[in-house]
Write a protein that binds this ligand. Structure first.
Ligand SMILES: [Fe+2]
Length: 438
């Protein structure tokens, strides 16, 4: 649940929190965990926000049920847990809550954009939300194309429309997150750059909403996610689209794209420092092996750590001109191996958010049948709702099943998934089905 503090620092600060804090801050800074000059604030529990780093409580850690000292507030359950242990805490910000300027920008933006009335955000069933999600994805793709055209032509970017799109994503997720996630499984090999920005934005907003972030945080993270790779427009196409191994010089060009992105976006009003932070730091890694600056640990904001997961996940599951994407399960497995680079606590939450078998996953059952994981639309009490629903497409002989039928694995225990298949297995292209879903 929690991203813990550095265990090397456990011997410190077992007495009164405020007195020893400076000593602990220095120790953490020496360990490369965060900057010693990060401002520390005393907050009531109800002022805590997701992404803050809790340095100290209003009582010794040893008197609490917590096994470690120091933690990132990863989601609402962490806030609830802290509320049972303390009245006040001492925190540093990793990224959210927003800086004053970001909050001001976001506040101004909220007045400009008419957020839908509450009844427009009421929960909808998957098939009711799917048309909204389809339009959002289509509008997002057009927007990304327009953004790239504007940058190339030296025109002012339409940040208001971009922010409005991010807000629509948040609203769609609030109504039914599976509808938008369904479209994030669509992977067209010939359109990677545009669709990657769209999918990472959708993934990041949906995941952040799952973690319990508020609308302002979703807007800020979403805008950073939408623009995270905009700097690639200044990387030569021959380098960007090169199918083979890149030379050192070519890698150096690629590594400039976060800074290029900030250079482009910092000229424009309406993009907050926290959104820019995501653009600059989404390739930084916890062990300092990332780029462009090689910062490490808690120097990397929570937003940027979150976006790194969405970015890597979408890139590795995507079809490219020269190879098919890996399955979601394979990608999560690979990322679990990157323990020094990727926030593993956040990754496990991301995995829980996706589920073991995300919608759009092609699977084979112990019956030999092959099908596609589709959203659950029935929620009766007789069914194990944690189990997926499979649209059976091939029978046990791998012949087309007609008419296709739904098999709810939460209702029929004898059917189990034996393996996940790559899109294209047995001639089934997941995109063909996902595009035409009615
Ligand atoms: Fe990038």
């Amino acid at each position: 649940m929690i991203t813990r503090g550095n265990p090397r620092c456990h011997c410190l600060s077992r007495t009164a929190p405020v007195k020893v804090f400076a000593c602990r801050a220095d120790a953490l800074a020496d360990a490369g965990c965060f900057k010693a000059d990060m401002p520390v604030k005393k907050l009531a529990i109800d002022e805590l926000c997701i992404g803050m780093y809790v340095e100290e409580l209003d009582r010794p850690w040893l008197e609490t049920d917590l096994p470690y000292q120091g933690m990132v507030v990863a989601d609402q359950s962490d806030i609830d847990m802290l509320a049972r242990q303390a009245k006040h805490v001492y925190v540093t910000d990793l990224a959210p809550p927003l800086s004053d300027s970001a909050a001001a920008a976001a506040g101004a933006k909220k007045q400009d954009i008419d957020r839908p009335a509450l009844h427009d955000r009421a929960p909808l069933e998957f098939f009711e939300e799917i048309e909204h999600a389809r339009h959002i994805r289509s509008d997002m793709r057009n927007l990304v194309g327009a953004i790239h055209d504007d940058i190339r032509a030296g025109r002012r970017l339409d940040v208001d429309t971009a922010q409005e799109m991010v807000t629509r994503i948040g609203d769609s997720v609030a109504r039914n997150s599976e509808a938008l996630m369904w479209f994030s499984t669509l992977k067209h090999r010939d359109d990677y750059t545009a669709q990657h920005s769209v999918h990472v934005c959708m993934l990041a907003v949906a995941f952040a909403a799952y973690l319990g972030m508020d609308d302002t945080q979703l807007d800020t993270l979403g805008l950073g996610a939408l623009f995270h790779d905009v700097g690639k427009i200044r990387v030569p196409l021959a380098v960007l689209n090169k199918p083979g191994r890149l030379t050192e010089e070519e890698m150096a060009e690629i590594r400039k794209h976060p800074q290029h992105g900030v250079d482009i976006l910092s000229e424009i009003d309406g993009i907050s420092p926290d959104s820019l932070d995501v653009v600059l730091n989404h390739h930084e890694r916890l062990d300092g092996s990332g780029y462009p600056r090689g910062i490490s640990g808690h120097e990397i904001s929570y937003f940027s750590q979150l976006l790194a997961i969405c970015d890597v996940y979408d890139a590795m599951t995507s079809d490219r001109v020269y190879h098919r994407g890996r399955t979601p399960a394979d990608v999560i497995k690979i990322m679990r191996g990157d323990t020094d680079m990727i926030n593993q606590t956040l990754l496990e939450k991301f995995n829980a958010f996706l589920g073991d078998y995300p919608v759009g996953t092609l699977v084979e059952l112990n019956s030999g049948e092959v099908g596609l994981i589709v959203p659950r639309t029935e929620h009766d009490s007789e069914t194990d709702l944690d189990q997926p629903v499979v649209l059976i497409m091939l029978d046990h002989n791998k012949h087309l099943y007609y008419p296709q039928r739904l098999r709810d694995l939460g209702r029929y225990e004898r059917f189990q998934i034996t393996r996940v298949l790559a899109s294209g297995a047995y001639g089934i292209d997941v995109n063909d089905y996902a595009c035409n879903l009615q």
